[in-house]
Write a protein that binds this ligand. Structure first.
Ligand SMILES: C[S@@+](CC[C@H](N)C(=O)[O-])C[C@H]1O[C@@H](n2cnc3c(N)ncnc32)[C@H](O)[C@@H]1O
Length: 243
């Protein structure tokens, strides 16, 4: 899958139209950082990562989520966000954490295995100028997602193609088990670009088999900060938050 994904990336950049699209994405991302006083823009490839070779088996790359896409997707959720924790599995430089802080989540946590990215995310949280910030309880854990203990609390898990394969399945299963044993409501928001080999269709198919979980409508998000359209896969458990 990783190889396929890189094949897609390396195909891009040939034509003038593609070069313009890349330039647009770079500009939109730099403009985000200019407005917020952050460093979230540059994309990173696996060979830039400071993690042991074995840990890279399922990793993909770092790229930030477009803020307006995530804002639209969170606004469309039929939940009271003040009753939920927001957890970004593979938080990179923390763009999703900052955007989520515009909502009144009880806490916001980023899990990131690459220490350099985690450090940048912490710096971004300290320095960011976020208008209408409603959650101020933000933290970043430098941890491999495979070791992350899923909280037994009402949570929204955000996964922007952090990794593939068996690791992705294992982390999704961990969420499912925590939901079962805690009887707390959980929401999974997974997304991938609409590209050949996208992970979104297999994840949708996988989650659709889980009893007690229901699919929510995918928001039709538009964002100049992405090269491709986004395919959202959103599922939640059917229980209500416990007071
Ligand atoms: C596409 S980026 C998403 C960044 C961020 N969620 C956002 O939306 O702006 C995927 C991130 O997942 C991280 N990642 C990959 N494998 C991981 C693992 N096993 N544990 C934790 N993070 C991982 C990468 O380092 C990268 O920062």
């Amino acid at each position: 899958m990783t190889k396929k994904r890189f094949a897609n990336i390396s195909r891009v950049g040939g034509t003038l139209r593609e070069m313009i699209a890349h330039g647009r994405v770079a500009l939109v991302n730099r403009y985000y950082d200019f407005r917020h006083g952050t460093d979230t823009a540059a994309h990173l490839y696996l060979n830039d990562f400071q993690v042991p070779e074995e840990a890279l088996e399922h990793a993909i790359w770092y790229a930030p989520i477009g803020e307006s896409s995530l804002r639209q997707a969170l606004s469309a959720l039929p939940i009271d966000s003040s009753e939920y924790q927001f957890i970004d599995i593979g938080c990179g430089k923390g763009r999703a954490l900052l955007t989520a802080s515009e909502f009144p989540f009880s806490t916001i946590t980023g899990v990131e295995f690459e220490p350099g990215l985690a450090a940048i995310a912490r710096r971004n949280i300290e320095n960011a100028r976020i208008r209408h910030q409603q959650c101020h309880q933000l933290q970043v854990l430098t941890e491999d997602a495979r070791d992350y203990a899923i909280p037994h609390a009402a949570c929204i898990f955000f996964l922007y193609t952090p990794f593939t394969g068996e690791l992705l399945k294992q982390v999704l299963r961990n969420i499912r088990e925590a939901a079962l044993s805690s009887a707390q409501p959980m929401v999974i928001m997974f997304l991938d670009d609409v590209v050949p080999g996208s992970l979104a269709p297999p994840v949708r198919e996988y989650l659709a088999q889980w009893p007690g979980w229901e699919a929510l409508p995918a928001p039709d998000t538009r964002d100049l900060g992405h090269l491709y359209a986004l395919d959202w896969v959103i599922f939640r458990t059917q229980q209500e938050p416990r007071k």
